[in-house]
Design a protein around this ligand. Structure first.
Ligand code: AVJ
Length: 315
């Protein structure tokens, strides 16, 4: 297990984006322990089609995907050891035997849990967990080792216009010639389906989004009052993204004692907590071509709701 110092980063990230206009937050703050549990619950919601659709695609096509990407190592970005990863790992072991599995994740707890599970299920896998944010973790990957990088769940949809190119520049730079990249991306579809997936009838998504303020209170000693805010989300058609907001139900003064700072959060004012971009598969393939990633295959489900795209790094 490798680690890096992650502690100094969140405070700066939170304060700078909260002082932005409009106020917003980087999505990774959502995943404290409780947030991770709430996200697991989201994945099982009837309205949240993403996880089960992508899982179906991987279950159906894992054999072809692994056959198309002759590698010795699988690097998973985020989300250590899910059901969907197992389809790929078991095919990798079946087709190639002894292999390396290296998940990169900010959560040590998540990495340890996936290490225990992977060791039990796949004794032929060498496990190399890397505790880091994606871009920082890339440098730990040996470039000469034939590697398949996987980034599932449409997590790519969380990245804004700045983060997206930064991520792909770093990824492409970390990839050796003929390495592979497997990307799960949610597709544009009728608005009602999209909006329901992010506004479930049980209110789990609302709890997940507002929980970020509990995490921030814990990290920074601030006084966000979850009872005085509400959740609002919508599909922005021009930007083709679901936008998830916390809205102040009453004006409140938020203090950050550790930073000696305070902000006035006015009634009705929104904080953009998360975006979830939706993609057109062909356009995404063309776009990634500019980062030196050549499309190899496009896997989808019968309703064409979700895409799993395989790319190869140009030599
Ligand atoms: C984990 C980023 C893929 O955008 O669908 C789900 C997060 N937020 N419901 C998504 C999320 C609210 C999810 N990703």
């Amino acid at each position: 297990m490798q680690g890096s110092n992650l502690d100094a980063i969140p405070t700066l990230s939170i304060l700078t984006t909260l002082w932005d206009q409009p106020r917003w937050l980087e999505a990774y703050h959502l995943y404290d322990e409780h947030g991770s549990e709430l996200f697991e619950a989201i994945c099982d919601l009837p309205e949240y089609y993403l996880t089960r659709t992508e899982n179906g695609i991987l279950e159906t096509h894992a054999k072809d995907i692994i056959a198309a990407a002759p590698v010795e190592c699988i690097v998973e970005l985020g989300a250590g050891y899910s059901k969907k990863t197992i389809h790929l790992l078991s095919e990798q072991v079946r087709q190639r035997g002894q292999s390396i599995f290296a998940p990169i994740d900010v959560s040590v707890a998540g990495l340890l849990a996936s290490q225990a599970a992977a060791h039990k299920d796949f004794p032929q896998l060498d496990f190399h967990g890397i505790q880091a944010r994606y871009e920082d973790g890339f440098s730990a990957i040996e470039k000469s080792l034939p590697t398949l990088f996987i980034f599932l769940g449409s997590t790519i949809g969380n990245f804004n216009q700045t983060e997206f190119p930064r991520f792909f520049r770093a990824l492409a730079a970390a990839m050796g010639p003929n390495d592979y990249f497997l990307l799960g991306a949610d597709r544009v579809k009728p608005v009602k389906l999209l909006e329901d997936a992010y506004n479930d009838s049980r209110g789990i998504t609302a709890a997940f989004i507002l929980n970020v303020f509990r995490n921030i209170n814990r990290l920074l000693g601030s006084n966000f009052d979850l009872a005085k805010m509400r959740y609002h989300s919508w599909f922005n058609p021009e930007w083709q993204q679901i936008e998830m907001y916390a809205v102040a139900a009453a004006s409140q003064q938020i203090r950050f004692p550790s930073a000696g700072a305070a902000m006035q959060w006015n009634q009705g004012e929104k904080i953009l907590v998360e975006i979830s971009r939706k993609f057109e598969a062909n356009r995404l393939q063309e776009q990634l071509g500019f980062f030196g990633l050549t499309p190899v295959e496009h896997y989808s489900d019968p309703k064409q709701w979700f895409s799993v795209l395989l790319f190869r790094k140009q030599a």
